[in-house]
Design a protein around this ligand. Structure first.
Ligand SMILES: *Cc1c(COP(=O)(O)O)cnc(C)c1O
Length: 477
């Protein structure tokens, strides 16, 4: 299995070759040269497998340069009950991603029982195992530099803590995260985790990361890498739970199922697209956005118009506050019939701050073949949804999951099970829960004293040189 770039100008590479990198050298995103397809017989044989076996069956079709025994071991060590039992007390953690039945034909896929209480753990934890493995094999080490406004940074730190050959330098705004999110990162005592609080906003943090990464000499000398949302391995890891949920909510092979996905950078729902291309009978992939509705606009009109960063709205589902959807290019590549020249032309527009319109070219008419539909949600919608789900089903959901449920129900069809992906637990978004329910969110066991634990963070001005100096001092610890 080789990986090719959506822009068509980079050489094909194997999985381990693209694992530690980001964009392809031509600026594109890596995708499998062809999607491996499960036959009806093979799909039937996957029914009933536990999470780890299922993950191996799927990932071994996407990764052919890690020996099977090694891959199995990496998966088995990653998806343990101990790691995925931080969520609701009445969940069946042996399932790793249990499905919660709200009513006949309506389900919540619990993806947020990992250490940081959000779905990003599912992929990031595997990434941690794969990075450690690949670095050991290559006899190298890696300094991961990132900027976060909350979820990604904490998922990355919890995935990389204590890993051999890996250090994490995570920049976050000094103010602006919730106290819970701050504590999730800043209370980590592992010596390979470096928290840097910047006196500034998230954009300042991101600018510093860009400037450091643009200094190629520094980057090479200190072996700087990233764990960004376009990393192929993260998408691959997320494919697994679509299969897991499919088998959990169907009794017969071939039955169609629809999925609703709270979306920002299009990573999670892109994994659903890959699962569908691999043969899973997914009927609809429902893209749910918040007020930042770049993706909803595309799926309604055929126009993709990334916003300027000052147009991004700060919402109560902050992990979906995006101005452009970085994984969207992977889907457009497939929509064009894998025409890299066309993708290059489209993203030339995007990179110059312009929109593109796929309606006139006729491509937009092909979207239904891929099962995509969409909708958006706003603050009032999510508060109402949290309240209704609590009253009706006794289940507390977070703001992002509420966006997904709200939009998913708009596209629900009789007789087709609808699975809504739970992307975070309510404990992370206390203010919105108080507003909706007049009480504090439930907290999983082990998190009661999170904000009281001692914290370790280096506070700095938004000064790239100061950050570089800090990295240089600690890059060989
Ligand atoms: C990251 C995130 C999302 C958006 O997922 P994408 O893969 O970027 O589309 C949704 N909800 C939560 C809670 C997240 O952390």
């Amino acid at each position: 299995m080789k990986y090719i770039s959506t822009r068509g100008l980079a050489p094909a590479q194997s999985f381990l070759d693209i694992l530690l990198g980001g964009l392809a050298p031509d600026g594109g995103l890596y995708v499998p040269e062809t999607y491996p397809r499960f036959s009806a017989g093979e799909l039937a044989a996957l029914r009933g497998l536990d999470y780890r076996r299922l993950a191996f069956a799927i990932l071994s079709r996407l990764i052919d340069d890690i020996p099977a025994d090694d891959l199995r071991l990496l998966i088995d060590r990653t998806y343990t009950v101990a790691t995925y039992s931080h969520g609701r007390p009445d969940s069946d953690f042996s399932q790793i991603t249990p499905v919660r039945r709200l009513e006949e034909g309506l389900y919540l896929l619990e993806l947020s029982n990992g250490p940081t209480l959000a779905f990003k753990d599912m992929a990031m934890q595997l990434l941690g195992s794969l990075f450690e493995y690949a670095l050991a094999r290559a006899g190298r080490d890696l300094n991961i530099l990132g900027a976060t406004s909350g979820d990604t940074g904490s998922a990355a730190e919890h995935a990389m803590r204590g890993r051999r050959g890996i250090r994490v330098f995570m920049l976050a705004p000094e103010h602006g995260m919730t106290r819970f999110q701050q504590a999730q990162m800043w209370s980590l005592a592992d010596p390979n985790i470096h928290n840097i609080a910047i006196r500034g906003v998230f954009d300042d943090c991101q600018d510093i990361v860009k400037q450091v990464s643009n200094d190629l000499e520094f980057k090479a000398r200190y072996r700087i890498g990233a764990v960004n949302s376009i990393n192929w391995a993260r998408i691959a890891a997320q494919v697994v739970y679509y299969f897991k949920a499919y088998y959990a909510v169907t009794a017969h092979d071939g039955e169609p199922v629809s999925f609703s996905v709270p979306s920002g950078n299009f990573g999670n729902v892109c994994a659903g697209h890959i699962a569908r291309m691999m043969g899973l009978p997914i009927r609809k992939l429902i893209v749910a956005t918040n007020e930042n509705d770049v993706l909803d606009e595309f799926f309604r009109t055929g126009v993709y118009r990334p916003r300027a960063s000052h147009e991004t709205r700060h919402t109560s589902s902050p992990s979906m506050d995006i101005s452009k959807a970085s994984n969207f290019e992977r889907f457009v590549f497939d929509l064009t019939g894998r025409d890299a020249a066309q993708v290059r032309a489209l993203w030339k527009e995007v990179e110059q701050g312009r929109a593109f319109d796929l309606k006139s070219s006729g491509l937009f008419a092909r979207v239904p073949e891929f099962g995509f539909v969409s909708g958006s949600s706003n603050h009032a919608n999510r508060i109402a949804t949290i309240r209704r789900v609590w009253e009706q089903y006794g289940t507390m959901i977070d703001t992002h999951t509420a966006d997904g449920l709200k939009v998913g129900l708009e596209h629900r069809e009789p007789g087709v099970p609808l699975v809504c992906l739970e992307t975070a637990l309510p404990a992370k978004f206390e203010d919105a829960i108080r507003e909706a329910l007049g009480r504090a969110p439930e907290r999983p066991a082990g998190y009661e004293d999170l904000e009281q634990r001692p914290q370790r963070v280096e506070v700095m001005d938004a000064d790239t040189q100061a950050v570089k100096d800090y990295i240089a001092r600690h890059a060989n610890d």
